[in-house]
Ligand binder design. Sequence first.
Ligand SMILES: Cc1ncc(COP(=O)(O)O)c(C=O)c1O
Length: 437
Amino acid sequence: MAANKQNPAEGPSQAEWGVIADAILPGGGLGTNMVPKDQRFVIRRGQGARVEDLEGNWHIDYVLGAGALILGHAHPATMKALEEQLAKGIHFFGALNEACLHLARELTDAIPCAERLAFTTTGSEATFYALRMARAFTGRPNVLKFEGAYHGNHDYSQVSVSPGAATNFPAGRPDSAGVPDVLPPTVLIAPYNDLETTRKIVEENREDLACVIVEPVQRVIFSEPGFLSGLRKICDDNAVVLIFDEVVTGFRLAYGGGQEYFGVTPDIAAYGKIAGGGAPLGAVAGKAEIIDFADPARRGNADYAQINGTMHGNPLASAAGLATLKELRKPGFYDDLDAKADDLRKACQRVLDRHRLEALVCGQGSFWQILFLDKPPRDYADVRASNRTASKALDLGCLSEGLYVLPGIRRFVSAVHSSDDFEETVRALDVACRKLN
Ligand SMILES: Cc1ncc(COP(=O)(O)O)c(C=O)c1O
């Protein structure tokens, strides 16, 4: 990983871009989850499972566009589809476009709950609209989410995402300034994987409760057997809409996402990331009787759930999504991906054990993250109780050894990570562990 300093003729160097970024961008980055400034690099390009920075260093990428790039960077099939669409136009509005119709048909075929589908531009918008549709459908104002769940950047999601102290269920706390005081009381919080507490909260609040929104896998916490089916029953018993946030799990756990993997069908579900092949695209899919509240024919009625966006159904993102989904349908895709990720988890666990660290490589499928605890977490309280200082230090050590991971954030494996990538990863982790001890 030799460092080639950027040729001044090519523009600012990596360090100079850092200074410029600090002057222009809040905190010098693109959002909450960023590479710390003292290890900051600027990506020039991505290829396969790696990204190259402006100094010519290649980093093995486990961030993968926050999980959007299941086929890694610049996959030939996705690139070809993008080039073909580029020649036809990158954006239309109002009229239907051919690319988004192809994708809409494929998504509704693939997603178990999907009778209808509405496009959005991001996963955040998808969860936001899903909540809006559930409120329009039920005529009730409140929603229930789980402690530690991230459903995007909107105000409804910014409640009890990473609370520093124990939650007094169902009262949530905002994670962001600027969330109006009236909003958090409309977002009830329950502990993940705890059906008994969730049932009690739903039953006590059913008069005002529109929906329960849940991730089939919350960060690296897999829902326990019976949890999602139990939620299905609780929602049915109380006439509350069940929403799956499949922004991450959709097309990652299985072609049919968490719904296929866990065998539970929600009323509606939110998508993003892989559905757009790594380009900006999201969708809300589900029962016609709910999604149809977004039918513009209702405009002017009190129950119209408005949905509109300049980029909705963007043809470039649709083409990328469609090409990606075609690759995912190839026989054995998910078995191969998960087996590969399993090998990586086991190899990393051996390194941790050799260094006698009380840490676990958590996750299943193609999810993984190293947490300092003695058993896999079953809810956010377990993660909060883990040694997060140690895991952050280890993550930073891995970052400086050429692994692109974000401190404290779940990571992924792509279909294009190779055994060479894994060998290098194990070596990098070994060095990072040594530095920790
Ligand atoms: C589970 C989940 N839901 C929703 C979102 C929001 O998606 P986006 O960042 O595309 O708005 C994310 C983003 O990471 C997510 O992890």
